[in-house]
Design a protein around this ligand. Structure first.
Ligand code: AGP
Length: 609
């Protein structure tokens, strides 16, 4: 996932671009660069590695000028190198392009352009774009960009500047996110609103195959045929500091601690009392469609997939609709049997995950209605859904998803309860009890966060371990998989989530003293069976961390360490269980000195397959 920032106005453009790129660092990158225009000349500074290297290059040789584009690159085509970093230039060096996405037909375009005399400096797919713009440029930069895009297949968000049109910045997108920031006497582009939020809270979200011609005082939105497009101005709902760490050591720590408030915000306007019906704006389904539902398919990637697992469980349990959940990458190649009145629920924090968007399109093409559970407003998945429920988590900067996960789970529970009310598939007193449990979550999560020091103490016993196993059953298999993912992706400890019922079918062979096991054993349908699993592990000298309900000494007597959670209905418990497991992963990774907000090899949003 690459980062794009651009500026045109009266100030030093390169400084503003660099500041914006710093707010995109969380996306993961391996090189960076900025191009700026001054006195009819275009200059570029590009580096491998982190932005500190670019800052040094700019201090050594400042980039002056009032229009610039900047980029942080996460390598897809071509290794991390100065030549492969963006911005890329045309042969004459007068056109510069930054790009996020993948140009799928770049090979044949490159051959064609080389045959026409263009000389390439990099191995990237992106570099075909400045040469195409150069090919079509006859004085109208926007026209040349539009023509170049007609030749492209694949996904892109572009920023383009030209030394012969220094009063213009052109932006365009297909599939990859891009916004135009609206300033006073200056304007911006960015691949993520957080990059420019301290400068403005007013943006246009560019649509697919749309262009923006941006000058100091004006923004024109058009389609590829340059027909004007009207778009509402979107006001970014969160303050500038929301994109900063707010005193926490890491964004991840800040976001873990935002969860009590975030859960409250997610419930607000939707569930206010156990005696009132749930309100789900944006769902996009009539009551009759909900009554007619014959199948619900959840699909997502990574953490969002684990939330989808909970969604499958609660939809079947409460709404009594046959439900399934599948990894987005798998759903596309499975060719599922479709029934009339099938609903596909796409779960995604970013709303830009390539596999999830492709799974959405596949299910839509097969006749399913699409509802997505998202965090980012007007994202690509949002725009292709029939209905969207926003989880209201606020920006999630840490690569490891925390508050988005618990809110994704909560949103599936709200939706399942809403369906149950419409379908009258659960007894009113059961629905009331579940609503009370959801309404109690903000206080319960606040209490769990207040226990952080106890979790940190447990982490001191295990941060040196090379291997771990997370075990759960039923709805909390999802909790086990999610707990394992959290630990592995930020601490680099091998962590495997597994159904506890599968222990005898293989994993128990792994048990030894330096492999610790987290066993999720809250009161519910599988409580007794989980005790058996703990005993099997202890009999083989495996240390066990029990996750159990407050005061459960039966479990405490069997385990080496405990992570306590307050009692709640088992199908609601993935939310409370997630909190100590997030904190455990965080403190283990912190004790190991890892780069928690930007784990190696990972990006916040995976916009390529
Ligand atoms: C979770 O900690 C990871 N960062 C990753 O698994 C993430 O959940 C996955 O890439 C899906 O992202 P999305 O929710 O933005 O679609």
């Amino acid at each position: 996932m690459c980062g794009i920032v651009g500026y045109i106005g009266k100030r030093q453009a390169s400084e503003i671009c660099l500041e914006g790129l710093r707010r995109l660092e969380y996306r993961g990158y391996d090189s960076a660069g900025i191009a700026a225009i001054r006195d009819g000349q275009l200059e570029v500074r590009k580096v491998v590695g982190k932005l500190v290297n670019l800052t040094a290059a700019l201090e050594e040789a400042p980039l002056l000028g009032n229009v610039a584009i900047g980029h942080t690159r996460w390598a897809t085509h071509g290794k991390p190198s100065v030549a492969n970093s963006h911005p890329h230039l045309s042969c004459d060096g007068r056109i510069a392009v930054v790009h996020n996405g993948i140009i799928e037909n770049y090979s044949q375009l490159r051959e064609q352009l080389q045959a026409e005399g263009h000389r390439f400096q990099s191995e990237t797919d992106t570099e075909v774009m400045p040469h195409l713009v150069e090919k079509y440029y006859e004085g109208d930069l926007r026209q040349a960009v539009a023509q170049a895009i007609e030749d492209l297949e694949g996904a892109f968000a572009f920023g383009v500047i030209c030394a012969d049109s220094p009063e213009q910045l052109v932006a365009a997108r297909r599939f990859s996110p891009l916004v135009v920031g609206i300033g006073e006497g200056e304007n911006y582009i960015a691949s993520d609103m957080g990059a420019i939020r301290p400068k403005t809270d007013k943006v246009y979200v560019i649509g697919d195959d749309e262009l923006a011609l941006i000058t100091t005082d004006d923004i024109e939105l058009t389609d590829l045929a340059l027909n004007p497009i009207e778009r509402e101005i979107f006001t970014i709902p969160w303050p500038p500091e929301a994109a900063e760490k707010g005193g926490h050591k890491h964004f991840m720590h800040k976001e873990i601690h935002e969860q009590a408030e975030a859960i409250h915000n997610c419930l607000a306007g939707r569930l206010s009392s156990p005696d009132k019906p749930i309100v789900l704006e944006g769902l996009g389904l009539s009551d009759q469609e909900i009554r007619d539902l014959r199948k619900v398919v959840f699909t997502a990637c990574g953490t969002a997939y684990h939330a989808g697992m909970v969604g499958r469980s609660v939809t079947e349990a409460w709404a009594r609709v046959p439900s399934e959940v599948d990894l987005a990458a798998e759903l596309q190649v499975r060719d599922p049997v479709m029934l009339d009145n099938t609903l596909a629920v796409v779960v995604s924090q970013s709303g830009e995950t390539a596999d999830s968007l492709l799974a959405l399109r596949d299910m839509k093409s097969k006749g399913a209605k699409i509802v997505s559970l998202l965090n980012v407003v007007d994202s690509s998945i949002a725009r292709e859904s029939d209905g969207v429920i926003y989880i209201q988590a606020g920006p999630e900067i840490g690569v490891a998803s925390t508050k988005a996960y618990t809110l994704q789970v909560l949103t599936t529970q709200l939706m399942a309860l809403y369906f149950a009310e419409v379908r009258q598939s659960a007894a009113p007193d059961q629905i009331r009890t579940l609503k009370e449990a959801l309404l109690a979550l903000p206080d319960q999560v606040a209490e769990l966060l207040a226990r952080e020091d106890d979790v940190k103490q447990v982490a001191t016993h295990y941060y040196h371990s090379p291997n771990s196993l997370f075990l759960g059953r039923g709805v909390n298999l999802a909790s086990a998989l999610e707990g394992a993912l959290k630990l592995k992706e930020i601490s680099y400890i091998h962590a495997e989530g597994y159904s506890a019922g599968e222990m005898k079918h293989g994993p128990i062979a792994l048990v030894e003293p330096d492999l610790f096991t987290v066993a999720i054993v809250v009161k519910g349908l599988v409580y007794e069976k989980m005790i058996g699993n703990i005993q099997e592990i202890k009999a083989r000298q495996g240390p066990v961390i029990g996750v159990a309900n407050d005061g459960d000494n039966v479990i405490a007597d069997q385990c080496d360490d405990m992570l306590w959670v307050p009692p709640c209905p088992e199908l609601v418990s993935p939310i409370t269980i997630a909190i100590p497991l997030q904190l455990l992963a965080y403190h283990i990774a912190d004790m190991r000195g890892e780069d928690i907000d930007q784990p190696r090899n990972l990006a916040k949003t995976v916009t390529v397959e």
